[in-house]
Write a protein of this length. Structure first.
Length: 400
């Protein structure tokens, strides 16, 4: 892979030597090996390069100054320019000075040796494809200061295992982590309204996805080809799941749809291995002819909606449609205890929409906590199958 990008770099340089790199901005002066463009305000500068010779052998970027002097005037370094360090093959570490607030598009793209990134605490803007194809980068933490994160910012970062998303964005950008094939877990912070097109497409190691209660939409192919993902719980504000959102998730066995779900799009769950669908909507969500590719899963719906689902033209393709039955043993460990209270608390505050309606009123709220408290206080253990507990056996119910 590294040889591929080195070859690509040399080909581009040979074909267009004058514009092989960041030729988008004028270089006004060079100090200590870094070239700068004076911004329109006359007080700040952008770090930029113009020719291959300027950036081919750049060492680790850990000595960028906060200020630089030129012709007796001091300028503040605020921006890393378009493709300023793109295709720089030997940079392994990046540490931005506290004054830098912007990374323009392609700023560090194809930095194939980049493994460590310290964005500081002042960065506000990260442009499109800023770290695209940084194939050695394993983790990145975005500070709370970020107000904009561009599409494809981390695309093709094949080694990326950990990403902490900024807390104050509105949505996960399109193509943000496409082909990040080492990414194993993602938590979308509370406050996010959506996940845009192809955001996590082909993240083949992704096994854990935590979505916020504020989420309202999941765009097309957002999690397509996430072949290690086994289950997903869709939050309660989501009304529709777009086409191909989970298409090709070959190990996906369980999905939970909220009561607000109205539409499941074209090929949303095609190519999955669904064995269980839990849908809390009393009205069957509208399906496309190709929303699902197989109908072997058991479908659990509200008790008063079973007949409605069975009569629906497309939902009726599922042979096994049953009523949701809740049990106080929310953890599934065969014991009703304080661990189940913790799980139910998560349901109440909106971290999950799973089987927490213990009193059967159609809502997950404090009434269910009372039901669970009563079950623990009076040792109302579930019944149905034998499970070993301590030195004896206890009978429990399994959850659907």
């Amino acid at each position: 892979m590294k040889n591929y990008y080195l070859l690509l770099m040399m080909i581009v340089a040979a074909l267009t030597p004058a514009t092989a790199h960041a030729d988008y901005a004028t270089v006004d002066f060079t100090v200590d090996g870094y070239s700068y463009h004076i911004n329109d305000d006359g007080q700040t500068v952008t770090v930029t390069y113009k020719t291959l010779a300027d950036y081919l052998y750049i060492p680790n970027i850990d000595n960028l100054p906060e200020q630089v002097m030129y012709k007796g005037k001091v300028y503040t370094v605020t921006t890393i320019g378009d493709a300023a360090f793109a295709v720089a093959p030997y940079i392994t570490n990046l540490k931005l000075p506290a004054t830098v607030t912007r990374l323009e598009k392609d700023a560090f793209a194809c930095g194939i040796s980049l493994t460590e990134v310290d964005l500081g605490s002042s960065i506000e803007y990260i442009g499109p494809s800023a770290f695209e194809a940084c194939t050695s980068l394993k983790s990145i933490t975005f500070p709370a200061s970020i107000k904009y994160l561009g599409y494809r910012a981390l695309e093709n970062c094949h080694a990326l295992e950990v990403i902490n998303l900024p807390a104050n964005l509105d949505a996960v950008p399109a193509d943000l982590c496409t082909w990040c094939k080492s990414l194993k877990s993602i938590t979308v912070p509370e406050g996010y309204r959506g996940i845009n097109f192809h955001a996590f497409w082909h993240c083949t190691s992704l096994v854990e996805v935590n979505l916020p209660s504020t989420l309202e939409f999941i765009d097309g192919a957002a999690f397509s080809e996430c072949t290690s993902l086994k289950s997903i719980v869709i939050p309660s504000n989501v009304k529709s799941i777009a086409s191909s959102a989970f298409c090709g998730c070959t190990n996906l066995e369980s999905i939970t749809l909220p009561a607000t779900c109205e539409i499941v799009g074209y090929e949303t769950f095609v190519g999955t291995n669904l064995k269980q669908i839990i849908c809390y909507s009393p009205v069957p969500p509208a399906l496309d002819e190709r929303s699902f590719s197989n109908y072997d899963a058991t479908v659990y719906v509200p008790a008063n909606a079973v007949d409605t689902y069975r009569a629906d033209e497309l939902w009726s393709r599922f042979d096994d449609i049953r009523a949701i039955v809740a049990t106080p043993d929310l953890s599934g460990d065969g014991i009703v205890n304080v661990q189940d209270i913790s799980i139910l608390y998560d349901y109440v505050v909106g971290n999950s929409t799973a089987l927490g309606d213990l009193n059967g009123d159609g809502f997950i709220n404090s009434g269910d906590i009372s039901t669970l408290y009563d079950a623990i206080l009076n040792d109302k253990q579930p019944s149905g199958m034998t499970e070993k507990r301590g030195t004896g056996n206890r009978t429990i119910n399994t959850r659907p």
